[in-house]
Ligand binder design. Structure first.
Ligand code: SRM
Ligand code: SF4
Length: 583
């Protein structure tokens, strides 16, 4: 796009009518709305008008049980409404005493009685009735947790590589992830007034004194996501976030600063060619003492230049496409007061979690437990929830939720290792039968709770992987794996747009099949087959995996790299231009 065209486009964004979300943010009394009135309304299990959206700024979504929606409609009943709660947990670290409390609430008060680990290193409750919302927030508050800004148009939960092995560097990077999360939080008291104090503030002097110096009164144009990665592990999918920090060490192994990347994002809309997923792009390197300034400058640039009239084109990647990367960088540099240095060398080699025990350099042990799709429940043959509770009762270290929806029992002393291992084995948190392929497969939640779901994801994944395992065995590649992700719709929560095999829900039982992502998480996979069933996908993969098994050039050539080299699919090299091009 020419410079003039870009200016025109920016001007158009600024002059077109604002989306309704902008009105509701500005009229929300700093996100309080009339939520307290709705809480007191016994006639519905949900929230009305603007409040339906406003609760998202406090980390909740209204949902209903979609499995029984039609049945209830027939009986002339309101859908069974309840809330999803998403906790804020920078870097995914949670203490055992906190776990014991969140477990208790899940068992006693949630419809699904589960704890769901998300791929952004936190946990969700599904099925919290409206009447239990205030007690829930008060409980979280009492154990030092909250759900502020985990949804809606703000900086979400900040990710950080789950790497307790190099403990000192991890600690430094984690501290930074936490600082960023705190620095970019809303400053107004809306959350505390509504959920903790239950205090109605409609229009008072207190309110007029409130300010949002970073986010502004209308917050960001759209959701905003941040990740901190410690090479060589790209477990946080650093190319898929709006703002990314890649940790750079000095010669003594200490954290020196970060390479900053911007504009990653993985969603699109079926058929809407103005939308596309894209990987993040390099701005440059900043030393540690300027990193928080850089974060704030990126956020305020997106705040001021992002699209506020079309929410489908409002994420940072679209702002960058419109302004151009150089202009975006210039604006960030002006705001942070220094220029970026050239990006420092780094290399990512893997994205998965190291399932099982690893030994840290500080002599502590860490056990990563595989949790399929992050769902922690008590099933007859898999009592994971009770297992986690038993671990929490005795564990002296901490827990770390990974961006691959697994959990690490971190910082175990040598003398406690056997006890932890026994409990983990007893309750299915260590399962030798889990294949490498299963460990590298992930899904979003989808049905029955997600209102946007088009096809099954979490409930389809286990059987789909069983079929994939059979193919891997049939072609003698069971010792290898293919990063496989299912997402129930093109919003892309399952990060299928950074996988080697990505399934994107199209309709009940039907998916688009994308192939050609890479192991390091740098390449968007391209559409290979459209609107087909899981059985058809397995048939397609039978042929492709068969070819990969015999034709790969060297043992380590990954499936994603192979399908590109063999010319089966063309790589996506410049997503804004070529994501929608048919192979
Ligand atoms: Fe997501 C919306 C679940 C990670 C892109 N996502 C939703 C909602 C809240 C549906 C809704 O708006 O009503 C889903 C709730 C389902 C449920 O019942 O739990 C939902 N998203 C999830 C989680 C739980 C999936 C998981 O299995 O782990 C993840 C929660 C992360 C967290 O803790 O914050 C989750 N969502 C993602 C990711 C992956 C990531 O961030 O690494 C993406 C793609 C990356 C990106 O943002 O580009 C993602 N979710 C979306 C989008 C599309 C955003 C867009 O730019 O258009 C939506 C819809 C929206 O915002 O309008 C969405
Ligand atoms: Fe729901 Fe779609 Fe996200 Fe899956 S990808 S959780 S179906 S919004």
């Amino acid at each position: 796009m020419s410079k003039d065209k870009k200016e025109e486009q920016l001007l158009e964004w600024q002059t077109k009518p604002l989306s309704d979300n902008e009105r509701l943010k500005s009229q929300s009394n700093f996100l309080r709305g009339t939520i307290l009135d709705d809480l007191a309304d016994p006639l519905t299990g949900g929230f009305k008008g603007d409040n339906f959206q406003l609760i998202r700024f406090h980390g909740m979504y209204e949902q209903d049980d979609r499995d029984i929606r039609a049945e209830r409609l027939e009986e002339k009943l309101e859908p069974l409404k309840f809330m999803l709660l998403r906790c804020r947990l920078p870097g995914g670290i949670i203490q055992p005493y906190q776990w014991i409390e969140i477990d208790k609430f899940a068992r006693e008060h949630t419809y699904y009685q589960s704890i769901r680990l998300t791929n952004r290193q936190t946990f969700q409750y599904h099925g919290v009735p409206k009447g239990k919302l205030q007690p829930m927030h008060r409980l979280l508050h009492s154990i030092g947790l909250d759900s502020i800004a985990t949804a809606a148009d703000m900086n979400r939960n900040v990710l950080c590589t789950s790497n307790p092995i190099e403990s000192e560097l991890h600690q430094q990077a984690y501290e930074f992830a936490k600082k960023i999360s705190e620095h970019l939080l809303p400053r107004s008291r809306g959350y505390l007034d509504v959920w903790i104090d239950g205090k109605k503030v409609e229009s008072s002097d207190d309110l007029f004194k409130e300010e949002e110096p970073i986010l502004g009164k209308t917050f960001l144009p759209r959701k905003f996501k941040t990740a901190v990665a410690i090479p060589p592990l790209n477990d946080v999918d650093v190319y898929g976030n709006d703002m990314n920090f890649i940790a750079i060490q000095d010669e003594n192994g200490q954290l020196a600063g970060f390479n900053v990347l911007v504009g990653g994002g993985l969603s699109f809309e079926h058929g809407n060619t103005k939308t596309y997923p894209n990987v993040s792009l390099e701005l440059g390197y900043v030393p540690l003492d300027k990193t928080l300034d850089a974060a704030e400058a990126v956020v305020t640039t997106q705040r001021d230049f992002g699209n506020r009239n079309d929410r489908k084109n409002a994420r940072t990647r679209y702002t960058i496409q419109n302004m151009g990367l150089d202009r975006f960088r210039e604006e960030v540099e002006i705001r942070m007061g220094i220029k970026f240095e050239p990006t420092r060398p780094f290399k990512f080699t893997e994205r998965g979690d190291r399932i099982g025990w690893v030994h840290g350099i500080d002599n502590k042990w860490h056990l990563t437990c595989f949790i399929e799709s992050g769902r922690i429940t008590d099933q007859p043959h898999l009592p994971l929830m009770t297992g986690m509770l038993e671990l929490a009762k005795v564990h002296k270290g901490d827990f770390r939720i990974t961006a691959n929806q697994n959990i690490i029992i971190a910082n175990v002393a040598e003398e406690d290792k056997a006890q932890i291992e026994n409990i983990a084995r007893q309750y299915g948190l260590i399962r030798p039968e889990v294949t490498k392929q299963r460990e590298y497969s992930m899904s979003c939640v989808s049905f029955p709770t997600c209102p946007l779901a088009m096809a099954e994801a979490e409930r389809a994944l286990p059987d789909f992987v069983t079929e994939l395992d059979k193919l891997m065995a049939k072609h003698n590649v069971s010792d290898d794996y293919i990063i496989t992700r299912i997402t129930g719709c093109p919003n892309g929560c399952g990060r299928a747009m950074l996988s080697e095999i990505g399934l994107v829900g199209k309709a009940i039982g039907r998916y688009n099949l994308h192939i050609g992502g890479d192991r390091e998480g740098l390449r968007i996979p391209r559409l290979y087959r459209e609107n087909i069933t899981l059985e058809q996908i397995i048939n397609e993969l039978d042929v492709l995996i068969g070819r990969w098994a015999v034709e790969r050039e060297y043992q380590a050539e990954s499936f994603g790299d192979y399908v590109i080299r063999a010319g089966i699919i063309a790589p996506v090299t410049d997503a804004p231009k070529d994501f929608w091009v048919v192979n």
